[in-house]
Design a protein around this ligand. Structure first.
Ligand code: PMP
Length: 356
């Protein structure tokens, strides 16, 4: 072992979903939006002048912060923006979780949380979901160093009612509670309305899912002025220019063309409910997802086998070889046509299998 290896920050990294390229591929593995972003976003990008790329972007990202504050009826001092909600969450972990007590999050959840905890040496404890994959309020009403709860949860898609979340926030005035609302536009009750009541609440969101801008990397957080100031101090100690000129322009345009996104959102929700019913007819059981994906299992065929068979067919879904969920597939909601191809393949594969 080289001497420098003793000084390494060793981490077990997060594994992102595959990004396969090629004609005919149906990509239902990273919860992207199947519809393009609002036309105004593309116009805003085309209008960027070369001169503005020569200069550094606005470090305070004020145009986007203003647009978000106006849209959600908050003060600008209550808004923080970053390079996707991954960046915002990582910054929040670094800022708020610097104590000796463990932070708490569910055992089945977004698998980046334990990676950030590992990276920043934050002690953590996973709280097991109950038998039907729900977050138990009582598990989070105890002494701890902080709390992270995604609502709806991923990869289950299950939403937690706001009353339970409020109980958790109320029971933990001494620590920061992060509610990760990456999928909230697709269902569930937002914790935004709780912000005036609780200074220890941080609500994190993204443009990647409902606003079709995963490729642009825009995330944001809402919280009390004090929390946002702390986040900014850490951000300015790390990287002042997180948001590119292009991301700022695209983000502002996406907020301004709100009606477009409401339309695509409704389409995705309709498709999700139809696909749930169709999966049921094929013998799958699934959780009551409120997000833009469905977590499903079939009693007659191992999830890993289905995952491989689908991949062979050019249909990518997500499979997690982890305790409790290794017989489930997480299927993102695509267009109706894409979902029909998926359902047709699953139907014929399962039929062939029962005949064997
Ligand atoms: N939170 C959850 C629960 C997610 O599933 C994701 C997407 N993988 C993110 C946050 C991060 O999304 P983004 O960085 O694209 O905003």
């Amino acid at each position: 072992m080289a001497a420098w290896e003793g000084n390494l920050r060793k981490v077990i990294p997060y594994t992102p979903g595959e990004q396969p390229e090629g004609a005919g591929i149906i990509k239902l593995n990273t919860n992207e939006n199947p519809y393009p972003p609002a036309p105004a976003v593309m116009c805003a990008l085309r209008e960027i002048e070369a001169g503005s790329l020569r200069k550094y972007p606005d470090p305070s990202a004020s145009a986007l912060v203003e647009a978000l504050a106006a849209h959600y009826g908050l003060q600008e001092e209550q808004v923080f923006v970053g390079v996707g909600s991954d960046d915002v969450l990582a910054m929040a972990f670094l800022t708020f979780f610097n104590g000796a007590k463990p932070i708490l999050f569910p055992d089945i959840t977004y698998s980046f949380y334990d990676v950030w905890a590992g990276l920043y040496r934050i002690p953590y404890e996973r709280q097991p979901l109950d038998g039907s994959f729900h977050i138990r309020t009582e598990d989070y009403c105890r002494e701890c160093g902080g709390i992270v709860i995604p609502n709806p949860n991923a990869p289950t898609g299950v939403a937690k009612p706001l009353a339970g979340l409020e109980e958790i926030i109320k029971a933990n005035p001494g620590v920061i509670v992060i509610i990760d609302e990456a999928y909230i536009d697709f269902g569930g009750e937002s914790a935004l309305g709780l912000l005036p009541k609780y200074d220890n609440l941080l609500v994190v969101r993204t443009f990647s899912k409902s606003r079709s801008l995963a490729g642009m990397r825009i995330g944001y957080a809402f919280g009390s002025r004090g929390l946002i100031r702390c986040l900014q101090d850490v951000k300015y100690s790390f990287n002042s220019y997180t948001m590119s000129v292009a991301a700022l322009a695209a983000g502002v345009a996406a907020i301004q063309e709100d009606s477009y996104y409401k339309g695509t959102l409704q389409k995705i929700i309709r498709t999700r409910e139809r696909v749930k019913a169709e999966l049921g007819k094929l013998g799958f059981s699934y959780l009551d997802s409120q997000s833009n994906f469905i977590f499903a299992t079939h009693p007659g065929c191992p999830a890993q086998e289905l995952f491989e068979a689908l991949k062979q067919e050019g249909i990518y879904v997500r499979y997690f070889p982890k305790p409790r969920i290794d017989n489930y597939l997480r299927i993102s909601i695509g267009t109706d046509q894409e979902m029909d191809v998926l359902l047709q393949f699953l139907g014929s594969y399962l039929k062939k299998k029962t005949k064997q």
